[in-house]
Structures are given as C-alpha cells and as structure tokens.
Write a protein that binds this ligand. Sequence first.
Ligand SMILES: Cc1ncc(COP(=O)(O)O)c(C=O)c1O
Length: 506
Amino acid sequence: MYTNFKIYSIPIMSFNIKNVLHSNGFGNKERCKSVYVILYESLKKAILNKTLTSGLKLPPTRVLAKDIGISRSTVLKAYDLLVLEKLINAIPGSGYYISTLKKEKNLHDIYEVEGTGKKYPKISKRGAVLKKGVQIIDPKSNSGIAFRPGLPPLDIFPVNKWKKLSGDYWRTVRFSQLSYSDPRGLSVLRENVASYLKLYRNIYCSPDQIIITTGALHSLSLIGDALIDKNNEVILENPTNPLVYNLFKSLRAKIYQSEIDDEGISIDNVTSKAPKLIYTTPSNQYPVGIRMTLKRRVKLLNWANKKKAFIIEDDYDHEFSNWGNPIPSIYSLDNQQRTIYSGTFNKLLHPSIRLGYMIVPYYLLDTIIGLYQQSNRFVSPATQNILSTFIEKGYLNQHLRSVIEASIERKASFLEHFRRAFDNEIEINSKNTGLHFIGQLNTEINDVDISNHFSNKGVITHPYSKCFIAGEQKNGLVMGYSSVNTTVIRETINRMKIVYTDLLNS
Ligand SMILES: Cc1ncc(COP(=O)(O)O)c(C=O)c1O
C-alpha cells in the first residue's frame, strides 16, 4: 500500500500528494477509523493549514486511488465529505478544486516567529550592514515605474526579437549546454562584448580579461571580496550610489570620500591616504551627472599609479553619456593595468536581464574567477547566448539608436512639463548627461518624506540626501525620465504636482 509516487501538474505549481497526505496524518494506524475518514481528515487538515491552497486542483479520484492503493469509491466518499463542508468545489467535467476559505491566513502569519540574537546565532557584521540596506521592490508598484532612476525606455525593448532568439536557442540546444558553465561567461559572448567595446567605447581588451556578471553591482561585489579586508582604505565619490557605499561598509573598509566638482572626482582631500581601491563613475557621475574631464582622468590615473591602487571605472551608462561626444575611458588611458572597467546591459536593455561585464587586470583575474566559481558560479548560459546573438545580428546597435532617440524626446518632454508644473519649487539642472535628473527641493520638508509620499501615490523618486556619505546632505529628488512615454510623463508630472501641493498644504 501507498507505494506509488506521483507529481501532479497544477496551474501554479506541482505537488506530491502522497507527501501532503502523510504529513497531515494519512498512513497513521487508526484502527477504529475507516480509510475514507482518515483520507478526508488529512485532506481537511492540509486545506486548513494551507498546505493545499485555494484554487488548487486535487488529483482525479481514479489517479489518487491508484497512487495510494485504495479503492476509487473510498476516495469519492472522502471528496464528497469535503464538498459537503464546502472545503472543495466539484466542477463537472473538470475536477475537484480547493475552495477559498473565508479567512485566508498569509504564510507569514503561520511561519513568522520572533527572531532575535538571543534565540539564534548572531548575524555577521557584514550581514547586519547589508540587512540595513534592504529595499524590497513591491512588484505591484512596478506599474509605477515613472520616475524610478536607472531605467532605460522599457516600452521599446524589442521583445519579439528576443523571443525569436530565445526560441531558436532552445530549439537547437545541446544537452551539454545544460551542464555547468565557465564562470567567466561564454567565450562567444566575451568576444562579442570585446568587439562591442572596441566599436562603442574605443576600448581594446582581450576577451580573456572579460568576465560576464549579473551587473555592475555584482562586479563590484566580486572586486570588493577579492581586494578588501577589514580597515583597508577605499575612496568613494560623494555623493554616490547608496548601494555602493553599503557594499564597502559591509566589507568594513575604511571609506574616504572625494568631493565632486565641475571636473568630476577631486582627490585633493585624500592625497595622504593609501587606498586599495578608488571607485568612480567618470562618464556620468552618479547621481550628480558631471562628466570627468580628460585632465582629471589623467591626474586620477597618475595618483592611483603612485599609490599602487586600483581604479574601478563604473561606466554604467556610457552608451548614453558618450553618445555624440565621446571622451576616452580611464581604462583606455591606463597602460599599467590599474583600471577595472565595469559595464552593464541592465541599463541599456532592461534591469531584469541581469547581465553585465567587467574587464579585469590579469593580476586579479584568477582571484575573481575563483570567487565567482565558489559563489554565484555563472550567469545563465541561455541568456548569455541570446544576448550574444542579439549583438551579432546588429539588434543591439539598432536598439541603442532607438533608445537614444526616445530618450532625447522624453528628456525634452520631462523638462518642459516639470518646469511648467514646479517652476522653482523643484529646480532641475538640465546639464545632467544620463537618464536621470536631480530636482532640488526648495522646501523644509525632507526628500525622504517627500519621496515616501510620492511612492504612496504611485510615483517613484529616490531621495538625493541618501546618496551623501559625508558632509551636507542636499535635499532633492533623483528622477529617471526615460522609462515611460511622453503621455505617461505628462500625466505623472500632473499627478505629482497635485500630490506635492496637497503635502505642502497639509
Ligand atoms: C552608479 C551605478 N552603477 C551601476 C548601476 C547598475 O547596476 P546593475 O548593473 O547591477 O543593475 C547602477 C544602478 O542603478 C548605478 O546607479
């Protein structure tokens, strides 16, 4: 009895009915009870404790009877009792489905227990810092993608082309491609990325030095792990991306900040330091939007050489910021392999693609590969392959042009409507070279509160003050303008104006 094992296919997931029944009491020896009662009781228990959730289809009576070695009429009797109690619905011609219970408990109510360091081992220092920085993205708020910074025009991504390439990949996939893969990334993609960088950024590198990652933050995390021990010195730009700051804080680095002036990062206040790493965003300083001058790039490189430090050049949106007016990357000015160049496709295509790359100096290559192999292992070869063909077929090039065109139109539209709505209440500096603006708030209310208020009304902005790692925390909003079309831009700005006026008057 009860020897068969079957996984049932259901709309949302698959479940192993035998396992469910056993963990809810079926199979316990209860002499005085009939089998149909035991089955009924264990199914009922599983429904009430939400192991079997509403909408789930139960196995057909014949199948369940065969699986657990009882007669079909016994299963029918148990199902009938559940129908009588309205715990399941019988839909003629379709089957038995779990009903919606009046008071649905959510999983957290069942499993969430008090979690303190008294009861469990203490969280590591690194874990505690990273935990503090957690920001859960509510999938429901994704309908409100305007004006989340860091998003390209999502609505023009060529979904059909991607779908076709994806279909082609899976149609011709070899079983060997389903196995473990090279942590550096597929060689075909690394070669295509090397050619892409040559054409678009005038960067010459060997595909051997390219590592495919899930994005700029992943690259940065690998570099941090490879180089930083407690109290090692790191120079960050001020302001900077809060996630970057948090990453180095979690590694317990000694963080020094360098101010941003009109030429980009100024190292004058840190010349006495001995950093291992200098992190910079020269094409489009995040979030200020300054482009580092050539003179400053050379100065930074010379200083890094003197200090035997590495520079991380985060060229996260070089495609946009260098369009029409390119400036040499620090990487291409460097003849000492002192620059780790980081790029990402998450900004150009869409963040959900999770693909980025870095060019790693030979000195660090094996360490980074070792770290990668023993943590994330590798990026999905299917996605890598599809992107590689996307580049080869010239689709990336076509898409880039469409993105630039759309962004120019959206930038003009955003500026026009925003300035009309907010005038000098929220001032915008239009010189910013990337896909976002900073709106300077001329009010006493702080940007965190304003940002939260907007977010509650479905408008996404990031508080500028959170980007400052030292000194004055300027009050402003970081807003991406390019992810949605001009109609949505206009409507969202109008909504923002109403929400903002209400807030000021409240
Ligand atoms: C400065 C900077 N670099 C890089 C990125 C891209 O990160 P990822 O490729 O991990 O999505 C971001 C994202 O917002 C950023 O602000």
